[in-house]
Design a protein around this ligand. Sequence first.
Ligand SMILES: Nc1ncnc2c1ncn2[C@@H]1O[C@H](COP(=O)(O)OP(=O)(O)OP(=O)(O)O)[C@@H](O)[C@H]1O
Length: 345
Amino acid sequence: MVQLKDVRKVFASHDGGTHVALDGVNLSVNKGDVLGVIGRSGAGKSTLIRLLNGLEKPTSGSVIVNGDEISSFDEVSLRQARRSIGMIFQHFNLLSSRTVAQNIALPLELAGANRSDITKRVDELLDLVGLSDRKDRYPSELSGGQKQRVGIARALATNPEVLLSDEATSALDPETTRSILELLSNINRELGLTIVLITHEMAVVRSIANQVAVIEHGHIVEQGDVFDIFTRPAHDVTRSFLGHESGRALPPSVAAKLKATPGPKSEAVVRIIFRGPHATDPVLAQLATEADIAANIVSGSIDEVGGRPFGIITVSLPSDPKLLDKALTFLKVRHLDTEVLGYVD
Ligand SMILES: Nc1ncnc2c1ncn2[C@@H]1O[C@H](COP(=O)(O)OP(=O)(O)OP(=O)(O)O)[C@@H](O)[C@H]1O
């Protein structure tokens, strides 16, 4: 549904030089997938999404959406192609002088639909986003979440194949964020809509996406299935985004005391990663009863990613090399990944 092939985008910078915003970007999104593109500020996320809706053209490479190579289109063809690409924005971009219904109707008016078709479609969309009772209100009379629902309805008006979301929940509180992500998930499931969303929050990726691409300095540094990348991040940037997700970060008081080598009274601080079929086995209890090694839990959580159990628990274990090795082997044969983070006294 979406494909970027060796895309490079270079901007002229203010000092007369150039700035490479994207370089060697290859990406493909299958129909019905939800791809989360995550990256720090300035990484190139907005540039990527602007290439997908044809607002920018790549310096080289090609951008294909729904079978159209939009990177080679002129303005007239682009206008046509954009009907199959919906877009929602962080600040909603509603017209303040138009009511909710009139905002949703706008893309249909631009597409030349007739009055009765527009009225019927707008009513369907209002129902879909749960705003039928607000149809004659103005944007200034709506909450942030309601404004984003109008944005979503407007984006879906022309029955697009792809929905692009540019930080659509960044301006919303956590509860409203959850309800908007739930709405997007339902739309993805029920309409089979392909969604590409850019965000700087791993929690957003985790709750809605099945695919993720991590972008840094204009390069995609890691991409794939959300469960795989959450449970086995390969790149430092991904790990830093995952920091506070899934119990990966150490409590600050433990992190401050962590040493690279053990002292005579040290304990080893060990991260245990629970993934896959053994994620819910009572291994710490078994370690105590079967190997006679007590593990103290330092931090962590067990949760689900993409509907599959996954968790990270950090424990302290004896630092005596023989006992530590015995404990790590015990965990390894139970298919759990471990990592010795250091030692504390
Ligand atoms: N029109 C432009 N002219 C010059 N430089 C640009 C232009 N658009 C983007 N850039 C530069 O390209 C880089 C990537 O910008 P982009 O907006 O894509 O990042 P981003 O990941 O979306 O950041 P943020 O999360 O802060 O919005 C930045 O260094 C930015 O300054």
